[in-house]
Each structure stands twice: as structure tokens, then as C-alpha cells.
Design a binder for this molecule. Structure first.
Ligand code: PHB
Length: 539
């Protein structure tokens, strides 16, 4: 519970906070907060950087487990993407979450002027097209909860993803108007089977949503087509899109009847990992935290609803321990229980998912490069092959780097470019290309030997790294290895640059390669988690 409070406080702070501020926000003792953070750091869910704690990409494992368990992005996402392509408008999937709605997929064609929601963002039900569809199924208790929330928070301050309501809307008369409008829209949605959004979130933003039902008739999620008044008025949007939206919903409902996919264990750590961590970190590893969070990753593809025994088996926990963890998680809203089956709840996405969504490859790589630079006492950098311009695929661009903490360190500025064949990262990336392109003319200093570039790239492929000595610039030596995404494609290269300083290449290799390979593996692990449901942008 306390670890979840730390993660929520860190999420509320935007993903980074001074540990002292977390202590204040959670009311925990400093020593407790430190132990929880060190446990979460071991799990890869946070990083501690000096006085700050930062959400780390590994935390996306939890949200990924929820999304994989629902199967919605996997099964319906491609259909949503196709609709977005057909209509050339944004299309999203949202699920009901209490008296709100939460986005689980976005196919964004967002143009200027409107905000885009991230996966995991929570909106009040009354401020979007899907909410009226979900509320059509509400029981009196749900309406009571909704009225209580509206009374307590008339400006929607508790929903950081939406612009707050103005003073007029937040005043009692405004709140009454909003309540009357919502109940009318819910009744209309129930009757029509679709629901409009006429600028409920912000001026200009309009949408139409339809529910997607499971074979038993329950509403699983809603598909929205989102546009802007500069393209469609709210009144005209339904005519323009409803026909195609209906076809997509039919295809989605069909997709939901397909047999559930084979169970996959996406992100589970064995009990032995917890024991080893405890042995290593002692009081800095709170086992109950690791056990509780392990329960959330017991869910996944083909594992939407699990019995207590299945959770115990998947996590390697005794049944009594698994039961206690499930009771705590259910109490906090992260899992639900019905008929002896436990399911993850959309609130899992509250744990930093939206904050970590926009993570780019350089941002993801930087902490690993910093650790590498510190370890080898040399400059570390990440480079990609350029994809644009006349020199596309022939030039490497350094996207981020961390200089060594020494006076005479090699500095490579982010954004700087170099001919790919003359640099270690460039050769690694050229060697990884499916079919090596035509050899480019080589720079004067590039010693490629008589066989030229193709033979050299064969060597790089065989070695799994490139070492380039004195070729681009006298005295400079660099070593690089590839970084692969979850599909196995080499998307970047991580390199260490150093002054040759009289050492033979073998000495540099011995000093640098193991750390370099571990760094690439760590970046790849983050990339696998972060790229599960979202493309990770390179620049
Ligand atoms: C969105 O996906 O951004 C969206 C969906 C439904 C709305 C508004 C925005 O009503």
C-alpha cells in the first residue's frame, strides 16, 4: 500500500519529485520512503537520481499487464487504426473506470489546436462522448458516486488530463446545468446507441462515440472518432462518420468473439529473484512490495481473469500471501474480484503510465549512458542512422550523449552528424541493415582495407561490435554495439568514445565492451517494455 502511495505521489508530481517532497506528500517516515524507493528501484519502477526520485520505464510493465489482459489494444487497436486511416481523423478506445473513462488506445491524427490524450489518461464521464455511453449502464449507486464527486470537485481539479472548468461552470448554477445536460445526453445515448461530444473538453474538439459490447451484451469499451470544428461541426460529424464507425464496431465485436489468445508470461520475475534481491539489499528490499506488485504482472495476454491458485502459481507466492496482496489491491481499486476470479482494473494505468507514455529513445537511454560513462570513465553516446535528406542511411546522427567526468573527455554534441562508414556506431548500424546498400565513397582516413566496406561490415556482424581507430579524427577511438527494439531491428547504436592514448585496441575492447553490451541490453529491456503498446520516438 505504501509503495503504491509513493508511485501515485510521484505520478501526481509529473514523474519526478524530490524524495523530501514525496515524504511530505505520503506522510511516510523518511527511512521508510528510502526503503520503498530502493525496492521500487530494484524492480525498475523508479530511479533515484541524487535527491530526486523519477518514474522509470520498467513501471510500464504494470500497465502493460493490464492492457494485455484486456486484450483491447491487441485485438481492437488495429481496427481503430484502420478507421483513423480511412476517415483521416483521430480514433481512440476508452474503457469505463468508476464514474470516469480512461483511454487505452489512441490512433492520433491530431492537427493543430487540440490536445491529445495519452494512454492511461482519466477523464470525468460527463466530459466526453464515451462517458454518456458508459453511464447508460449505471446503477443508482453509480449515480450517487458521480453526484458526490461533482459536488466535491465542480472544477474537475482531480482530473489533470482535462482543462479545469471556468468559474461559471464550477458555480452551483453551472453545476446544475452540467448535471441536467449529462443526464439528458445519457438518455439520448441509450436510445440512439451512439453519443456526441460538442466541445465538452475544450473549444473546437468534437467527437462521436459508439459502445463495443462483448457477446454477453456488456459494454467493454467505446470507440470515438475525434475531430475539430475547423473540419466538421458537431452537428455534421455524425453524418460524416457514423456509417464507418458502425462497421468498425461490428468488426470489433466480431474480434472479441475470437478464441482468447495463448497465455503469455510477459513480465514475470521468479520468486528466486525476490530472494536474491533480499539477500543483496537487506532492509533496502521490502519483499511485501515486490510480492504485491508481482500479483499485478500475473495478468497478461490470455490471462484476463485468474483464480487465486493461478495467481499464486504465476507469482510463486503462497496462496495466503497472494490472497492478502489481492485483498489490498482490490481495496485500492487496482484489481476486481467476482465469482472467484480476479482481474486487473483500469486504475493500474494510474501508476505513471500516461507520464511514461511519451518517452523518447534518447530520454530512455540517457540514464543508462550516464551509468556507462561513469563506469568506463569515458564519453558515452547514442546514435541513429539518419532517415531523411540526400544522405539518408549514410550518415549517423548523435541523439544524446553523456561526457566523461574528466577534463580531457571527448565531447559529441547531440544533433551532430558524421559519415556512417567512418564511425563505430555508423558501422554497427550499416552492418545491421537487412541488405547492405551500395558502398559509399570512404573518407580519406577511413582504413577499410583492400576488400572495402562490405568486408568490414561482415567483420562487424561477426564481432557484434565495431571499433574505429583514428579514422574520423586522429587520436579518437570509438567502440559501439547495436540497440535492438522488441522486433529485433537495430534502431540505434550505443558507443563509447575515448582518446586512444597509446593503448592497443585490444585493451580498449577489454575495458569497454562488457559494459557497453550490458548498457545496450538495459536499453533494450526498457525499449521492450516502453514499446509494447506505443512506438518509442527516436528523436
Ligand atoms: C479523444 O480520444 O481524445 C477523445 C475521445 C472522445 C471525446 C473527446 C476526445 O469525446
Amino acid at each position: 500500500m505504501r509503495a503504491l502511495a509513493v508511485l501515485r505521489a510521484l505520478t501526481a508530481a509529473g514523474g519526478r519529485a524530490a524524495v523530501s517532497d514525496l515524504v511530505r506528500a505520503t506522510g511516510l517516515a523518511r527511512a521508510t520512503a528510502d526503503r520503498l524507493l530502493s525496492t521500487l528501484a530494484r524492480l525498475g519502477h523508479v530511479r533515484v537520481e541524487g535527491r530526486d526520485a523519477v518514474l522509470a520505464p520498467g513501471l510500464l510493465e504494470l500497465g502493460n499487464a493490464y492492457l494485455a489482459a484486456t486484450g483491447l489494444p491487441d485485438r481492437l487497436g488495429p481496427l481503430a487504426d484502420r478507421l483513423a486511416d480511412t476517415l483521416d481523423e483521430s480514433v481512440s478506445l476508452a474503457v469505463p473506470d468508476g464514474d470516469g473513462m480512461r483511454f487505452v488506445h489512441q490512433a492520433t491524427r491530431r492537427r493543430a489546436m487540440s490536445l491529445a490524450f495519452r494512454i492511461g489518461d482519466l477523464l470525468p464521464a460527463e466530459r466526453g462522448a464515451p462517458g454518456a455511453l458508459f453511464a447508460a449502464d449505471w446503477e443508482p449507486a453509480d449515480w450517487r458516486r458521480w453526484r458526490a464527486r461533482r459536488a466535491a470537485d465542480p472544477a474537475d481539479a482531480g482530473f489533470p488530463a482535462v482543462p479545469p472548468r471556468g468559474p461559471e461552470d464550477a458555480a452551483p448554477a453551472g453545476a446544475r446545468r452540467i448535471a441536467a445536460d449529462f443526464t439528458a445526453r445519457v438518455a439520448a445515448a441509450r436510445a440512439a446507441g451512439w453519443s456526441p461530444d460538442d466541445q465538452l473538453i475544450e473549444p473546437g474538439l468534437v467527437a462521436v462515440a459508439m459502445p463495443v459490447r462483448d457477446p454477453a451484451g456488456g459494454t467493454v469499451c467505446a470507440v470515438s472518432v475525434v475531430s475539430h470544428t475547423s473540419r466538421h461541426t458537431a452537428a455534421a460529424l455524425p453524418d460524416a462518420v457514423l456509417c464507418r464507425l458502425r462497421d468498425t464496431v461490428a468488426a470489433m465485436e466480431e474480434a472479441l468473439t475470437a478464441p482468447s489468445p495463448a497465455a503469455a508470461a510477459d513480465a514475470r520475475r521468479p520468486a528466486a529473484w525476490r530472494r536474491a534481491s533480499k539477500q543483496q539489499l537487506g532492509p533496502g528490499f521490502v519483499e511485501s512490495v515486490a510480492r504485491g506488485l508481482a500479483v499485478l504482472t500475473a495478468f497478461g495476454t490470455g490471462r484476463a481473469a485468474l483464480t487465486l491458485s493461478a495467481v499464486a502459481e504465476a507469482t510463486g507466492l503462497p496462496r495466503a500471501t497472494a490472497r492478502r496482496a489481492l485483498i489490498t489491491l482490490e481495496h485500492l481499486g487496482y484489481t476486481t474480484a467476482r465469482d472467484g476470479l480476479f482481474r486487473p482494473a483500469p486504475k493500474v494505468l494510474d501508476l505513471g503510465f500516461a507520464q511514461l507514455c511519451g518517452l523518447t529513445l534518447p530520454a530512455l537511454a540517457r540514464p543508462h549512458l550516464a551509468a556507462l560513462a561513469e563506469r568506463v570513465q569515458d564519453s558515452a553516446s547514442l546514435a541513429v542512422l539518419t532517415a531523411d535528406g540526400a544522405d539518408a542511411g549514410q550518415t549517423v546522427q548523435y541523439v544524446t550523449g553523456v561526457p566523461a567526468a574528466r577534463i580531457m573527455s571527448v565531447t559529441i554534441s547531440p544533433g551532430s552528424r558524421a559519415p556512417a562508414h567512418a564511425t563505430a556506431p555508423g558501422r554497427v548500424l550499416l552492418a545491421a541493415r537487412p541488405a547492405a546498400g551500395p558502398a559509399a565513397p570512404l573518407a580519406d582516413r577511413a582504413a577499410t582495407g583492400p576488400a572495402g566496406l562490405p568486408a568490414l561490415l561482415d567483420e562487424v556482424r561477426a564481432d557484434g561490435h565495431a571499433l574505429v581507430d583514428d579514422e574520423l579524427e586522429a587520436g579518437l577511438r570509438s567502440v559501439a554495439v547495436a540497440v535492438h527494439d522488441r522486433t529485433g531491428r537495430a534502431v540505434a547504436a550505443v558507443g563509447v568514445s575515448t582518446h586512444a592514448g597509446g593503448r592497443p585496441p585490444t585493451a580498449t575492447r577489454a575495458a569497454v565492451l562488457p559494459a557497453l553490451r550490458e548498457t545496450a541490453a538495459a536499453i533494450e529491456a526498457d525499449l521492450r517494455v516502453a514499446g509494447r503498446y506505443l512506438p518509442v520516438p527516436v528523436p
